[in-house]
Ligand binder design. Structure first.
Ligand code: HAM
Length: 419
């Protein structure tokens, strides 16, 4: 190791990036409470089988991107590449089948061995929701409306577009897949290398290709909607009508198929044009068959997950930090008084920045840099008279406040900074 660095595709979260990250998770958590979702934390690693059979052997995640290893006991373990399979595993192994409908929220790191680029990492963070036990497509609408409100509250809704599609049930998809393979075989010579690989293992993903030649071929490819059965069509129409009623803007994208095997009926993505090829910001869909594939009872379910880093990249401005009050002691005697005062004010809810070293001018500079609302200056004169100097930094006004009146005075002027 020539230089001490984080592993490629991983990153440290600091300062404004960390603040945005925390802000996104907190906003989502608060909103989930409004919608009746409870938080769940599953382990970041599971037996590999939890992902292998559920996401699909031919999916990009399972075929290329999993961090899988044998542990010291010889078990095959994988770092979770996504949250849904672990939540459904918990639903079955924790015996939650009697608590339906179940509404769960999660946040945490996911791991995929992908080629890193802007908005794509090997360790990234997701927030996500899963609603289990409701077959009615109103559940699909509820999770979409939660997503839309979250994006609105984060101030990024105008930078994304909701795209929806129905991929029907398994029987419809099987018939469609056969038609699709026949069609692509006629265009084999012009397909991209990646699509030729997908033709053998996962032909529906060719529809999603971003390669120019593939896009041209896809223009005339068979469309999944023509293969949907009446029930799928009815569900999809219901969802569109409900989204219209809620005035949630969407676009039907017949080529949206998503990369994971467990989906059926509705799939959706909030996409952006601002992050290059990493256009999916929040994605999800229905996965009625997943619980059964994992050995549980048949349980309808729908959910989504969003990449925290991608959301963060869309939040344009820096987030404000909490504005502190700076305490500036001048001299040894004042240091001790300020220490006690800091303790008292912090227990009242104020953010206190206590400069530990430097002369008066440096400490004032630091207070300004920290965006402090006020500075309290205590030197020998102040200690003797019992009148502390309070400087309001936004106006530059400076006044004397009696030691005994200080807390009251700060409460009157700065109560909105108390947390
Ligand atoms: P996904 O589309 O694989 O779906 O990932 C969801 C979101 O995670 C994406 O829209 C994207 O914002 C973010 N994401 C994915 N890969 C990366 C990466 N390498 N770096 C940064 N961000 C990334 C799922 O994971 C499903 N479990 C979603 C779901 C929940 N479906 C139903 N319930």
């Amino acid at each position: 190791m020539s230089q001490l660095q984080p592993v490629r595709g991983t990153h440290d979260l600091l300062n404004d990036v960390m603040r945005k990250h925390r802000h996104i998770i907190n906003r989502c958590l608060l909103l989930c409470e409004r919608y009746g979702f409870n938080e769940i934390k599953t382990p970041i690693f599971e037996f590999s089988d939890v992902f292998l059979r559920t996401l699909g052997e031919t999916s990009d995640i399972v075929s290329k991107e999993m961090y899988t290893f044998l542990d010291k006991g010889g078990d095959s373990i994988s770092l979770r590449p996504e949250g849904t399979a672990g939540v459904v595993r918990a639903f079955i192994s924790e015996g939650l089948t009697h608590q339906l409908p179940l509404k769960l929220f999660y946040e945490g790191p996911m791991f995929r061995y992908e080629r890193p680029q802007k908005g794509r990492y090997r360790q990234f963070y997701q927030i996500g929701v899963e609603l289990l036990g409701v077959e009615n497509p109103d559940a699909d609408v509820e999770v979409i409306s939660l997503a839309e409100l979250l994006l609105k509250e984060l101030g990024v809704l105008s930078r994304v577009q909701l795209e929806i599609n129905s991929i029907g049930d398994k029987a419809s998809r099987d018939t469609f897949r056969k038609e699709l393979v026949n069609y692509y075989k006629k265009h084999e010579k012009s397909l991209s290398e990646e699509s030729l690989r997908r033709l053998l293992i996962n032909p529906m993903r060719i529809l999603d290709s971003k390669d120019r030649a593939d896009i041209a071929i896809n223009q005339n490819a068979p469309q999944l909607e023509h293969f949907l059965n009446p029930l799928s069509k009815e569900k999809f129409t219901h969802i569109q009508k409900a989204l219209d009623d809620l005035k949630i803007n969407y676009k039907i994208n017949p080529r949206l198929v998503r990369g994971l095997d467990y989906y059926c009926h509705l799939v959706f993505e909030f996409r952006t044009t601002e992050l290059g090829s990493q256009d999916a910001v929040l994605s999800g869909g229905r996965y009625d068959g997943l619980s059964e594939i994992m050995g549980g009872a048949q349980t309808p379910a729908v959910g989504w997950a969003a990449g925290v880093e991608r959301l963060s990249l869309l939040i344009p401005t820096e987030l404000p930090t909490k504005r502190p009050i700076s305490l500036i002691p001048l001299g040894d005697a004042a240091e001790g008084v300020c220490r006690e005062l800091a303790h008292q004010l912090r227990s009242q809810g104020f953010a206190i920045d206590m400069a530990h070293s430097g002369n008066m001018s440096n400490r004032m500079k630091k207070a300004t840099k920290q965006n402090a609302v006020a500075a309290i200056i205590i030197g020998d004169n102040e200690l003797q008279s019992g009148d502390y100097t309070l400087k309001i930094l936004d106006t530059g006004a400076q006044l004397k406040v009696k030691k005994a009146d200080l807390a009251k005075r700060l409460n009157a002027s700065f109560s909105h900074y108390i947390s």
